[in-house]
Design a protein around this ligand. Structure first.
Ligand code: F6R
Length: 609
């Protein structure tokens, strides 16, 4: 995944492009570049490393170009280097292209272009694009882009600057996001809204196959056959400050602290005033259709998959239907038994994850109804699903997902309770009790955030540990997976999660003196068994930090440190249990001097398979 930007107007393009790229750095940050039209030439500046490397290099130059394109990269084809950084240009330096996605048939195209005499300078798939433009160009950039898109296979969002047509930039999209920002005498284009917000709130969200012809005065959108498309303006409602750090050292910390608000927003308008019913007007299934569901599938990637794991447990318990869960990159390759009577739930913060989108399409192809749980309004996944449940978490910028996870969990509860309500599988009194607790989760997260000082001494002692283990039973096991992922991805400590009862079948061999073990013990009915497993690791001299509900004093006798979370319904505990684990990962990463918001090798949303 990468971030792309484009600008045309009367302002200075270079700082606008660099600022836009800064907002998109979460999408990739191993190299960056901009292309500008100046002195009747296309000038390209590219640099390996974070965006600051490019900014520093350009700091004392005076640019006066008023149009340009830019890119921040997350390498797929070709290692991070100056040569592989975008924008890429053709042989004569007449077309500059910034691209996000993968051109799947690039090898064939590259060979064909080489046979025609084109000279390639990079190892990327993208470089075929400017050479194709050079090959096909006959005086109209939009026409040429239409012709080119017929030749390429794969996914793309691209922005093109052409020397021969200085008064326009052209953008095209297929399976990778692209948003046009509509200004006054100037226009913008970017992979995501945060890059546009300080300039405009009025946008066109481009759809697959659309091409935008962008000049300073207007934006004309056509489909891949050149037919005019009437676009509706999408007005962005959130504030630019929501995409800023707001006084926190890192976006991740800010987003962890936003969870109480985010959880309330997720629930807002979805519970009746009597607190006894779930109102999901987004899911327009008739009661008959809900009753005819024979099986539920959940599919997602990474943290969203972990939310799905909780969803599987919760929905099975509440709805009494079998729920299967798949990692989205595996889903369609195992020929799942999805049919017209299946309900498929896809979970994706960004709504653009390529594998999750492909799983959604496969499910619909097989006749299933699909509910998307996503954070990004009008994202590809939101648009292609039958029904959308927005998480309303607000923009999540840090690569490590936090508020997206807890709001996705909340949506899992909402869906579970809603289906149970229609199918009559949970008595009204029990449903009411869960709903009441659901509404208190935001306040309870605040309590945890104000009481996690105990984590600091643990972090101090173990910040140099090479390994850590997360264990739990039942729902705690699924949260253990998320805790281990958070620690790995931002602190680079090798962390594994296990079903606590499984340790003795092999992994116990790794538990030796001083190894940190984080034991989750919030599930009352499994508590005694969990204590036995904790004793097993203590007997091998591990140091154990437990997360347990308030009032469970016994745990203190068997572990070294305890983090108490407020009491709640056991099904809802994951929303609270994960919070100290997020803080633990964050503080570990800070103590180890890691780049919290932009961990190495990762990108915020993975729009390639
Ligand atoms: C980890 C993380 C990733 C994402 C995954 C799916 O902290 O953020 O594992 O959860 O890449 O992304 P979305 O939810 O955008 O589909």
């Amino acid at each position: 995944m990468c971030g792309i930007v484009g600008y045309i107007g009367s302002g200075l393009a270079a700082p606008i492009l660099l600022d836009g790229l800064k907002k998109l750095e979460y999408r990739g940050y191993d190299s960056s570049g901009i292309a500008l039209l100046e002195d009747d030439r296309l000038k390209v500046y590219k640099k390996v490393g974070k965006l600051d490397a490019l900014r520093n290099e350009l700091a004392f130059r005076n640019f006066y170009a008023t149009s340009g394109v830019g890119h921040t990269r997350w390498a797929t084809h070709g290692r991070p280097s100056d040569e592989n950084a975008h924008p890429h240009v053709d042989c004569q330096g007449r077309f500059a292209v910034a691209h996000n996605g993968i051109i799947e048939n690039y090898l064939t195209l590259r060979e064909w272009l080489i046979s025609k005499g084109h000279k390639f300078r990079s190892e990327t798939d993208t470089e075929v694009l400017p050479h194709l433009l050079e090959e096909f160009y006959e005086g109209d950039l939009v026409e040429t882009v239409i012709q080119m898109t017929k030749k390429i296979e794969g996914s793309y969002a691209m922005v093109i600057l052409a020397l021969d047509e200085p008064n326009r930039i052209v953008a095209a999209r297929q399976d990778s996001p692209l948003v046009v920002g509509l200004g006054n005498g100037e226009n913008f284009v970017a992979s995501d809204i945060p890059a546009l917000l300080c300039h405009t709130r009025n946008t066109y969200i481009l759809e697959d196959g659309e091409i935008a012809d962008i000049t300073a005065g207007e934006v004309i959108v056509t489909d891949q056959y050149g037919r005019l498309v009437e676009k509706n303006i999408f007005e962005v409602k959130w504030e630019a400050s929501q995409a800023e750090k707001g006084g926190y050292d890192h976006f991740m910390l800010k987003e962890i602290h936003e969870q109480p608000r985010a959880l309330r927003d997720t629930l807002s308008g979805r519970i009746d005033p009597g607190e006894s019913e779930i109102v999901l007007s987004e899911i327009k299934m008739t009661p008959e259709e809900v009753k005819n569901i024979s099986k539920i599938f959940i599919t997602a990637c990474g943290t969203a998959y972990h939310a799905g794991l909780v969803g599987k447990n919760v929905i099975e318990k509440l709805v009494r239907l079998p729920v299967e869960i798949d990692i989205a990159s595996e889903f369609r390759y195992r020929d799942p038994l999805v049919d017209e009577s299946s309900l498929v739930i896809v979970v994706s913060q960004s709504g653009e994850t390529a594998d999750t989108l492909a799983a959604l399409r496969e499910s619909r192809r097989r006749g299933a109804k699909v509910i998307a749980v996503t954070n990004v309004v009008d994202s590809s996944i939101a648009r292609e699903a039958d029904y959308v449940l927005y998480t309303w978490a607000g923009p999540e910028i840090a690569v490590a997902s936090t508020k997206a996870y807890t709001t996705q969990l909340t949506c899992m509860y909402l869906i579970g309770l809603y289906l149970a309500q229609i199918r009559g599988t949970v008595p009204g009194t029990e449903r009411k009790a869960i709903i009441r607790e659901l509404k208190k989760l935001g306040d309870k997260v605040s309590v945890i955030l104000n009481n996690c000082a105990a984590i600091d001494s643990f972090v101090d002692t173990y910040k140099n540990a090479p390994n850590a283990f997360f264990i739990g039973r039942g729902l705690d096991q699924t949260v253990a997976m998320e805790g281990a992922l958070k620690l790995k991805e931002i602190s680079y400590i090798h962390a594994e999660s296990y079903a606590a009862g499984e340790l003795k079948h092999g992994t116990l061999a790794l538990i030796v003196e001083g190894v940190p073990v984080i034991a989750l013990a919030t599930q009352q009915d499994l508590f005694e068994k969990m204590v036995s497993n904790i004793k097993e690791v203590k007997a091998r001299d591990a140091t154990v930090m437990a997360v347990a509900m308030a009032g469970i004093e016994e745990i203190e006798k068997v572990v070294d440190h305890v983090l108490h979370i407020p009491n709640t319904h056991p099904l809802l505990a994951p929303v609270l249990t994960v919070v100290p684990l997020q803080i633990l990962a964050y503080r570990m990463a800070v103590a180890r001097g890691c780049d919290v918001d932009q961990p190495r090798n990762l990108a915020k949303s993975v729009t390639v398979e």
